[in-house]
Write a protein that binds this ligand. Structure first.
Ligand SMILES: Nc1ncnc2c1ncn2[C@@H]1O[C@H](COP(=O)(O)OP(=O)(O)OP(=O)(O)O)[C@@H](O)[C@H]1O
Ligand SMILES: [Mg+2]
Length: 364
C-alpha cells in the first residue's frame, strides 16, 4: 500500500523528511520538561501497517504521540505525520488521524452512541453520516448491543472499545492508540489486539500502538519500535526481531517403558554427542509446556536424523521438532543488555498481569 501525501490545502507538506511510504517521520526530536527530558534526539521512520511503540513507564511514548498530533510542541527537531509538519499543521493532521488516549476520559452519563456521534460531529461529519458511521464503528468494535447504555456502567474492556470507536469514526488514514490493552485481562487483551489488527487488514488504516509488552506486540505488529528514556533502542520489522535460530525445539510423548520420555531422550542424545541447550529461560516466554521441550543445538541436517532415530529407538512419539524463532524479549536480553534491561524487566514483570498504573503525573 502506498500512502500519498494528502491533497488538502490546510497542511504544509514537510517534503524533506517525508517519502511516499512514510507515515510518521521524526528527525532529532526532543522534548524537555523543566526536570526531565522526555524525548532525546529521537529519529524515526515509520511506514504503513501496524507499528508497535514499546517502552517502560516514562519512556516517552505518550509524549511522542502528543507531539505527533500537534498538541504539544517539540523543544527541538522536526516531525511529520502523513507528510504534514506537526509544528504548523496540527489541525490538518487531526483531520486525518484518530487518537485513543491512554487515560479514562469518557463521560459516564451518556451512551456510547451519543458520545461517538458527538466525536464524529466534532470531526466534521454531517449529522446523518455521523450516526451511520457511529453504528458501523460500534459494530466493528463489538459494542453494538450495548450502544444505548450509559458508559458509566461499562467494564474496562467496553470503555477501551468506546475509546477505539471514537478514534475510528471519522475514517482516518492513521490511528495512534496509546496503551489500548491497559487494564484488560489476558482474554480482553487478545480481543483488543485482534480488533487492532483488523483495523489495518479490513480498512487499510495504519496503526501506531503503544504498550509495555513486547510479547503482545510481536503477535500484532508488522514493525516494532523500542524506546527507553526518550531515545531509540531499536526499530525493526517484527520478522527481523524474531529470526529463526539454530536451536531445535523437540517435544516427545512419555511411554510405559519411559514414563519421563523427555529425560530418556535427553540421555540418549547426550550419549550421541548432541549439544543440548536445555530449557532454561523459555518458561513464561510464550512457548506452551516449555518444561517438556528439549532445546537441541542443530549443527546440520544430521542433527534432525539423530533426534528422529533416537525418538524411534526409544519407542516414543515425536510431538514436534521445529526450529525455534527468537522472542523479542530474548533478543533484548542477549543483544542489547545494558540499556534494554529495564524494558525486559518491565516486560517480564507485567506479562500476564493486569496493569494498574499510578496517575501522579503532571499532565497537560
Ligand atoms: N506535562 C509534563 N510535565 C512534566 N513532565 C512530564 C509531562 N509529561 C510527561 N512528563 C515526563 O516525561 C517522561 C515521559 O513521559 P510519558 O508520559 O511520555 O511516558 P510514557 O512512555 O507514556 O509512560 P507510561 O507508560 O507511564 O504511560 C516522564 O518522565 C514524565 O514524567
Ligand atoms: Mg503513556
Amino acid at each position: 500500500m502506498r500512502i500519498q501525501p494528502p491533497g488538502l490545502t490546510t497542511g504544509v507538506v514537510c517534503a524533506t523528511i517525508f517519502e511516499d511510504v512514510t507515515v510518521i517521520a521524526t528527525e532529532s526530536l526532543s522534548k524537555r520538561f523543566p526536570r526531565v527530558t522526555a524525548l532525546d534526539r529521537l529519529s524515526l521512520d515509520i511506514g504503513p501497517g501496524v507499528t508497535g511503540l514499546v517502552g517502560s513507564n516514562g519512556a516517552g511514548k505518550s509524549t511522542l504521540i502528543k507531539i505527533l498530533l500537534g498538541l504539544s510542541p517539540a523543544t527541538e527537531g522536526r516531525a511529520a505525520v502523513l507528510g504534514l509538519d506537526v509544528a504548523t499543521s496540527g489541525a490538518a493532521i487531526r483531520e486525518r488521524v484518530g487518537y485513543m488516549p491512554e487515560h479514562d476520559c469518557l463521560p459516564p452519563d451518556v451512551s456510547a452512541t451519543e458520545f461517538v456521534v458527538h466525536m464524529a460531529r466534532m470531526s466534521g461529519l454531517p449529522p446523518t453520516a455521523a450516526r451511520e458511521r457511529t453504528a458501523d464503528t460500534l459494530r466493528h468494535v463489538g459494542l453494538y448491543e450495548e450502544r444505548y447504555r450509559p458508559i458509566g456502567g461499562y467494564s474496562t474492556g467496553m470503555k477501551q472499545r468506546v475509546k477505539l470507536a471514537q478514534a475510528l469514526v471519522h475514517d482516518p488514514q492513521l490511528v495512534l492508540l496509546d496503551e489500548p490493552t491497559n487494564g484488560l485481562d489476558p482474554v480482553g487483551r487478545d480481543e483488543m489486539l485482534g480488533l487492532i489488527r483488523r483495523v489495518h487488514t479490513d480498512f487499510g488504516i495504519s496503526v501506531l500502538v503503544t504498550s509495555h509488552l513486547l510479547g503482545e506486540l510481536e503477535r500484532t505488529c508488522d514493525h516494532v519500535v523500542v524506546i527507553d528514556g526518550g531515545t531509540l533502542l531499536r526499530s525493526s520489522s517484527t520478522s527481523d526481531f524474531t529470526q529463526t535460530t539454530t536451536t531445535l525445539a523437540v517435544e516427545v510423548t512419555d511411554s510405559d517403558t519411559h514414563p519421563d520420555g523427555t529425560d530418556a531422550l535427553r540421555q540418549v542424545l547426550t550419549r550421541a554427542g548432541v549439544n543440548l541447550v536445555g530449557h532454561d529461560g523459555l518458561d513464561g516466554q510464550g512457548l506452551p509446556g516449555a518444561g517438556h521441550i528439549l532445546l537441541v543445538e542443530a549443527t546440520g541436517e544430521e542433527t534432525y536424523d539423530i533426534v528422529r532415530d533416537s525418538v524411534a529407538g526409544l519407542g516414543l512419539g515425536l510431538v514436534r521438532m521445529e526450529q525455534r524463532r527468537h522472542h523479542i524479549a530474548e533478543v533484548f536480553r542477549t543483544e542489547e543488555a545494558p540499556r534494554a534491561a529495564a524494558v525486559t524487566q518491565t516486560v517480564s514483570a507485567v506479562v500476564g498481569a493486569v496493569q494498574q498504573k499510578g496517575s501522579g503525573r503532571d499532565e497537560h
